[in-house]
Design a protein around this ligand. Structure first.
Ligand code: ATP
Ligand code: MG
Length: 275
């Protein structure tokens, strides 16, 4: 991570085509000749990072991923370095289609949704047990390796909690963000469980539980937290799946199920292995 090491390190990776883009980062496929391996190269232009908070995100991202590795459902970090202009993170290469693309094709069968939710809950249980909240759980940040295992990625918004430490600050993405985050209250790792519940709802129905024409309207719907299961869409969804949804998309974080408890919910136990 030292500036002096940047040049030799960086030259080991040959950037190929662009495979993704986020708020700050552009992601390329790359080749590493000495290992004969392909990786993903996440490049962040330092000038786009307006303030110290943004720069901190970058340090947190590499640090969090290193800290969490190895875990079967967390994207592996290979290397990280920076020079004056660019910060670079080398990551395990995943398939081009994220969960966002898979959801866009329409609702998923329950067994498939349960298997994906289980893998995300495994990743979250690991993060939370180590005192780290991801804080930006959304389908665009859920990738798949060549064996189709779900990999949680993009730890740029992650934050340490624990020993009674709560978190503050509005982070995340409107559809998936928990109400306590919008309210500007102190919050804890349960914000990730809320987002996971919103993703599960969307996987089962093809529509998000809270929506609106603008970010402000979506926030209002999230704050109302009026969880409904329209019968035309949810008629064929099992009672057990709806029970888990109610426990995850629960307005009161102290009553909301934890990631660890959700893994032991009957719907996950009985449905996830069927896909
Ligand atoms: P955000 O706008 O969510 O903050 P970001 O700028 O931090 O995003 P990422 O979410 O890490 O960037 O990456 C942007 C996109 O690039 C992802 O949504 C995904 O499509 C693609 N991508 C990222 N990492 C990989 C990878 N390891 N393998 C394949 N594609 C990837
Ligand atoms: Mg992202």
């Amino acid at each position: 991570m030292h500036q002096e090491e940047a040049a030799p390190n960086k030259q080991q990776y040959q950037a190929l085509e662009e495979i993704g883009r986020g708020k700050f980062a552009t992601v390329f496929r790359c080749f590493h000749p000495s290992s004969n391996q392909f990786y993903a190269l996440k490049l962040i232009n330092n000038r786009l990072l307006a303030d110290a908070t943004d720069r901190r995100c970058l340090e947190v991202e590499a640090k969090a991923m290193t800290f969490l590795s190895p875990h079967p459902n967390i994207l592996k970090i290979i290397d990280a370095f920076q020079d004056a202009h660019t910060s670079t993170i080398v990551l395990q290469l995943c398939q081009p289609r994220t969960l966002f693309d898979r959801i866009a094709d329409g609702p998923l069968p329950e067994s498939h949704a349960a298997s994906l939710t289980k893998q995300l809950l495994e990743a979250l249980t690991h993060c939370h047990a180590l005192g780290l909240a991801h804080r930006d759980i959304k389908p665009e940040n859920l990738l798949f390796d060549e064996a189709n295992n779900l990999k949680l990625s993009d730890f740029g918004s992650a934050e340490w909690f624990g020993e009674g430490r709560t978190m503050r600050g509005v982070v995340g993405t409107p559809y998936y963000v928990a109400p306590e985050v919008i309210m500007g209250r102190d919050y804890d790792e349960k914000v990730d469980v809320w987002s996971c519940g919103v993703i599960l709802y969307t996987m089962l129905s093809g529509i998000p539980p809270f929506y609106g024409d603008s970010a402000a309207e979506i926030f209002e719907a999230v704050l109302r937290a009026n969880l409904r299961f329209p019968s035309t869409i949810f008629r064929s969804v099992s009672v057990q799946a709806k029970d888990l949804l109610r426990k995850m998309i629960c307005r009161d974080p102290s009553r909301r199920i934890s990631a660890h408890q959700a893994l032991r919910h009957q719907w996950i136990l009985s449905t996830a292995h069927l896909s």
